[in-house]
Design a protein around this ligand. Structure first.
Ligand code: BDR
Ligand code: CA
Length: 322
């Protein structure tokens, strides 16, 4: 059984990763910390609560950091729209945040609700040695937790993260969005000594959603299948107006690994974050050569059986969605 704490910024693909986590019976899902990333915190927190409410997820959700350790926040709203969800076809029903928070306070018998960073620190202490942090967003919350309570670094079993790349970036030529959005935080995490497993863009580009696949899902004809097909239609149209260009899946990669680890291969590397480069700020510099400048700190995901992994994702999502 995996004890998972999720750090997220929903987020079109965070949404799918959350649904996959809730469907995985081998996951004991302890909590969710939300951070600014795809959109400002107010929006990502609202999205997370909408997802929790709509799918009746039995997991506490906490609001975290609003801005990166240095500089100002750069969201992905220019690509994903104001809500940061990329899909307008099937907006999630609105929620009354104050009411949901009051209910959560009552369930947890805590008022006010703690900040996400404090909730994460408490969970790590409570499940010392057993907890895995699944990070699919800028790493601000995790970095602040490590700065506030450095001893937790020895208590985390592993960090499994979507971020970075062993080759090209997406937000810039060199940098992937989650790392670019808060490179200083990523630097804290990659230097923390916590075992890291990185699912970067080099891996996610092997997880392709295609128009044919979406058609197959739609042809199933159930309400869930129609919802999912609509979701992917909108996602595919980000890149091409007719949706004909395949699109990679990002955050679900980590959830797929939790379910089907045998589909993936990894290489050990020393990964450091570029903080200075004029063109390369936020790059994950992966040193695979041996001997290295410094000991390996990361298992970098290199290959995945794409078709099987996508099948696993679709099955999980078709089984969960209402
Ligand atoms: C990552 O950036 C965000 O836009 C996605 O949610 C994902 O976590 C991909 O680069
Ligand atoms: Ca994300």
């Amino acid at each position: 059984m995996h004890k998972i704490w999720l750090d997220t910024d929903p987020g079109f693909d965070d949404w799918l990763a959350m649904l996959m986590l809730s469907a995985n019976l081998d996951v004991n899902w302890l909590g969710v910390s939300v951070v600014a990333g795809n959109a400002p915190l107010a929006t990502t927190y609202d999205n997370a609560l909408r997802i929790k409410q709509h799918y009746q997820l039995d997991v506490p959700v906490y609001a975290g950091c609003e801005k990166p350790l240095a500089g100002s926040i750069e969201t992905a709203q220019s690509i994903l729209g104001q809500a940061g969800m990329a899909t307008t076809g099937d907006a999630l029903p609105q929620v009354d945040i104050a009411e949901l928070e009051a209910r959560q306070s009552q369930q947890l018998q805590r008022s006010p609700l703690p900040h996400a960073v404090d909730a994460m620190i408490e969970a790590i202490r409570l499940h010392a040695g057993e907890i895995t942090l699944m990070c699919i967003a800028p790493l601000t919350n995790v970095a602040i937790a490590l700065q506030r309570a450095p001893e937790i670094a020895t208590m985390v079993k592993e960090i499994i993260l979507m971020g970075g790349s062993a080759d090209q970036g997406n937000h810039t030529a060199a940098a992937e969005f989650n790392i670019f959005a808060d490179p200083e935080a990523a630097d804290v995490v990659f230097q923390s000594g916590i075992p890291l497993r990185m699912f970067g863009l080099n891996l996610c580009r092997q997880l392709l959603v295609t128009a044919d696949e979406v058609q197959q899902v739609r042809a199933l004809g159930t309400p869930r299948a129609r919802w999912l097909a609509g979701y992917f239609d909108a996602y595919l149209r980000i890149r091409s107006p007719d949706g004909s260009v395949p699109m990679p899946m990002y955050d679900p990669a980590v959830a797929i690994w939790l379910k089907r680890p045998e589909l993936f291969s990894f290489r050990s590397a020393r990964v450091d974050i570029e903080l200075q480069g004029r063109l390369t700020r936020g790059m994950t510099v992966c040193e695979f050569r041996v001997p290295r400048r410094a000991p390996a700190n990361t298992e970098v995901a290199m290959t995945v059986d794409g078709p099987r992994a996508m099948q696993c994702m679709m099955q999980e999502l078709l089984g969960t969605l209402s």
